[in-house]
Design a binder for this molecule. Structure first.
Ligand SMILES: [Cu+2]
Length: 255
């Protein structure tokens, strides 16, 4: 019990420290780093409030009915089966609630699908079991492998750190093209609110605009074989100047 309480406290206080990666006992989302994820989190909270009130109302009604119409107090059951005004009410109110859910939901779906004018493109290619990152405008291609347990350095995260992360600039609209060469993988970074299937022979699109520098972690999110848990995604978000420098250093370098 003490251990659970301690872990819970650690979770609360450690949240700002470990914002961009999974944490033990986490119950909520990772800190958002893109406008899309901010919206997704707000929508989640909004839905949670609506669901709470619906659940509270249903439970309240149920308990009232169980109490009020119990056999002892109400030995002869009612025999009517229709009540038109009541049926109109219990159809209209849910419809109105659904409209309040559907409108913001469609807005976010559109935001996810509609890529703003992109400033650069990265292509992510899933393999069994590693990622290849490609910058078509600068002819940079390289593979990204997970760091094995035996090679971990103190600052590395087990099952999340990679030898070469995906490097992208901050505050830039980046178009992400996702595909695969073998089976279906999925490129997912929780802090960015993106998850796109990488399907062999197909090119899927998504986008991101990260507003905070740092390293963000994700994992392949489509079961792709025995190495599925060992192909993490690590995205290093750097300033625009640092990114230019990185491009210059890596241009035309193969591997
Ligand atoms: Cu996978």
């Amino acid at each position: 019990m003490t251990r659970i309480l301690l872990m819970f406290l650690c979770q609360i206080f450690a949240l700002p420290l470990f914002a961009n990666q999974p944490t033990e006992w986490a119950l909520y989302f990772q800190e958002p780093a893109t406008p899309l994820m901010v919206r997704l989190r707000e929508f989640h909270d909004y839905l949670l409030v609506i669901s709470f009130f619906i659940a509270a109302f249903v439970f309240l009604m149920m308990f009232i009915i169980i109490y009020k119409f119990r056999e002892k107090k109400h030995p002869v059951p009612a025999t009517f089966s229709h009540n038109t005004p009541l049926e109109i009410v219990w159809t209209t109110i849910p419809v109105i609630i659904l409209i309040f859910i559907a409108v913001p939901s469609f807005k976010i779906t559109y935001m996810m699908d509609h890529i703003p004018k992109s400033e650069m493109t990265v292509k992510v290619i899933g393999h069994q079991w590693y990622w290849t990152y490609e910058y078509p405008e600068n002819k940079i291609v390289y593979d990204s492998y997970m760091i094995k347990d035996a090679d971990l350095k103190p600052q590395d995260l087990r099952l999340l750190s990679v030898d070469r992360p995906l490097v992208v600039p901050v505050d830039t609209v980046i178009e992400v093209l996702a595909t695969s060469t073998d089976v279906i993988h999925s490129f997912a970074v929780p802090s960015f609110g993106i998850k796109r299937d990488c399907i062999p022979g197909k090119l899927n699109q998504t986008w991101m605009k990260v507003f905070k520098e740092g390293t963000y972690y994700g994992q392949c999110s489509e079961l792709c074989g025995s190495g599925h848990g060992f192909m993490p995604i690590s995205v290093k978000v750097v300033s625009k100047e640092d990114f230019k420098k990185w491009i210059e250093d890596n241009k035309n370098k193969k591997g």
